[in-house]
Design a protein around this ligand. Structure first.
Ligand code: NAD
Length: 282
């Protein structure tokens, strides 16, 4: 039976640690505040935003909610971000993605002050982390590193294959694994013979965005398998990019969906909010 990497337990540990830091900051007269902006009312985004606000409440972070109509113009959104950038009592700014089609996401991300960019998407934070300088780490890949570390999984010298090269998961994931001294390969939609590549992996990280695509044919015996995907299957049940029931028989450790990577993203967001206070005081 493989090790089931429990993201619920590990994310709760992290949130407890964040809660303690928030209490200490409160004792110093600092209230950590996150501004959460949602444009439109996409149901999935509303669920994510609701979960983020709940997590804030749990760890003692004040959240300010900006629910803007779908018709909000890019100028209006940029003006709000400008105001929040200037507010000394706002530590973090989060704009829930995706934005409606008439708003340029890159422009919006670049408008957020890098010191308040708790998602870690601003080009300055991306650049800083590429060269190992202080800044915000993107939450999902940073959460996966915590899952590995806190589950006692060795990364040094291991072959790691990341499937996917998106800016928010695949690319930063590969860089973070490099930072953990793994030998990293990034596979993507143009990779020839994907199975031959993934079968080399001691640690296989799937961020493909395709339900249950990774079957045991892609997995080396005894590999650690991290599943970033979130989907609904034909029975409306949550599933990942990995065919869990198939792969569980051959791997040495695996993250389930739900209860694996998902809860880590929000825990790391909470950690970044606290981190924002430390970064601002530098
Ligand atoms: P994306 O669509 O931006 O990127 C998918 C990547 O997979 C691309 O780089 C593409 O090259 C690669 N790919 C697609 N088809 C492929 C194929 N057949 N073979 C090899 N590579 C292929 O997706 P994303 O934003 O990186 O997210 C990936 C998955 O992770 C999605 O299911 C998403 O919902 C999920 N996700 C989960 C969390 C979380 O908190 N758990 C956070 C972000 C994303």
């Amino acid at each position: 039976m493989p090790q089931i990497i429990d993201g619920k337990i590990i994310s709760t540990q992290i949130k407890e640690e964040v809660r303690e830091k928030v209490v200490k900051l409160k004792a110093e007269g600092i209230e950590v505040t996150l501004a959460v902006i949602q444009v439109g009312n996409d149901p999935a985004s509303s669920v994510y935003v609701g979960n983020k606000k709940k997590a804030c409440e749990y760890v003692g972070i004040r959240s300010l909610s900006y629910e803007l109509p779908e018709t909000t113009s890019e100028e209006e959104l940029l003006a709000l971000i400008g105001e929040l950038n200037d507010k000394v009592d706002v530590n973090g700014i989060l704009v829930q993605l995706p934005l409606p089609g008439h708003i340029d996401e890159d422009k919006v991300i670049a408008a957020i002050s890098p010191q308040k960019d708790v998602d870690g998407f601003h080009p300055m934070n991306v650049g800083a982390f590429c060269i190992g300088q202080p800044g915000f780490l993107p939450c999902t890949p940073a959460g996966i590193i915590q899952l590995l570390k806190r589950s006692g999984i060795e990364t040094v010298g291991k072959e790691c294959v990341v499937i996917g090269r998106s800016n928010i998961v695949g690319k930063p994931m590969a860089l973070l694994m490099l930072g953990e001294n793994a030998t990293v390969t990034v596979a993507h939609s143009r990779t020839k013979d994907l199975q031959e590549v993934t079968k080399r992996a001691d640690i296989l990280i799937a961020a493909v965005g395709r339900p249950k695509m990774i079957t045991k044919e892609y997995v080396k015996d005894g590999a650690v398998v991290i599943d970033v995907g979130i989907h609904r299957d034909e029975n409306n049940k949550l599933c990942g990019d990995v065919d869990y029931d198939d792969v569980v028989a051959v791997c040495s450790a695996i993250t389930p969906v739900p209860g694996g990577v998902g809860p880590m993203t929000i825990a790391m967001l909470m950690n970044n909010c606290v981190e924002s206070v430390r970064l601002a005081s530098k």
